[in-house]
Design a protein around this ligand. Structure first.
Ligand SMILES: [Zn+2]
Length: 67
């Protein structure tokens, strides 16, 4: 896992370093909330895999046109 997410800028609020990767499973006891956002227990295919911890924006990492 790289640290590139910490350098990403939110396309909604423009904040840098607030983008976290969403994980769709139950967080483990050592779940790193600083790096990931829990998307809940259910797996959502084609759902957003990135989220902003500041404004709550969610999106796909592949949609580079939004940035
Ligand atoms: Zn944001």
């Amino acid at each position: 896992m790289t640290e590139k997410n910490t350098k990403m800028r939110c396309s909604h609020c423009g904040e840098i370093g607030t983008i976290r990767e969403i994980v769709y499973w139950l967080p483990a006891p050592n779940f790193d909330f600083k790096r990931y956002v829990s998307g809940g227990c259910s797996v959502i295919l084609d759902g957003p895999n990135l989220a902003c911890t500041k404004c709550g924006w969610e999106g796909l990492s592949g949609s580079s046109s939004d940035f």
